[in-house]
Design a protein around this ligand. Structure first.
Ligand code: FES
Ligand code: FES
Length: 169
């Protein structure tokens, strides 16, 4: 219909079908079509990282992906991190380490860190800082974000793989 494409995208485990214009950005699809406003939009050209989501498990900048490119794929946003109202352990670590102030950047940091920590369960400080280098925060000075990641990694190691939820995702 009128240049629109019907796409089917699984977002946080729920399948959504929508007719969208080919130029619609994934960030706008998530925010305006699905109401998932946890995905923040800062620069809209791939610099700040605030819009980071997982696409089939990999971190992508939703402002650099068209919604039609997510057709048939799986998206996870920050809204998909908690379990029945319980914060994801990485969110909890951010909370405990005071790793946010205004919070605008936080969803992007979390979604960038999830796959990083999956691949680097015991990261060095240098690796953490490298991993954070694609996300901008104008408030914290980054130190507490690094601390939060270190706390998460330490608690995950302590909980080990057999503690339910300890190492997710
Ligand atoms: S809004 Fe996408 S990278 Fe800044
Ligand atoms: S906490 Fe404000 S931009 Fe990061």
């Amino acid at each position: 219909m009128n240049g629109q494409h019907t796409i089917g995208v699984t977002v946080n485990g729920t399948q959504h079908e929508r007719a969208v214009e080919p130029r619609l950005l994934l960030s706008d699809f998530l925010r305006h079509e699905l109401g998932l406003t946890g995905t923040h939009v800062g620069c809209e050209h791939g610099v700040c990282g605030a819009c980071t989501v997982l696409l089939d498990g990999a971190a992508v900048r939703a402002c650099l992906v068209f919604a039609v490119q997510a057709d048939g794929r799986e998206v996870t946003t920050v809204e998909g991190l908690d379990r029945d109202g319980t914060l994801h352990p990485l969110q909890q670590a951010f909370h405990e380490a005071h790793a946010l102030q205004c919070g605008f950047c936080t969803p992007g940091f979390l979604m960038s860190l999830i796959p990083f920590l999956r691949d680097h369960p015991d990261p060095s400080e240098h690796q953490i800082r490298e991993a954070l280098s694609g996300n901008l925060c104008r408030c914290t000075g980054y130190a507490n974000i690094v601390t939060a990641v270190q706390r998460f990694a330490a608690s995950t190691a302590a909980a080990s793989a057999n503690a339910p939820g300890g190492g997710r995702p």
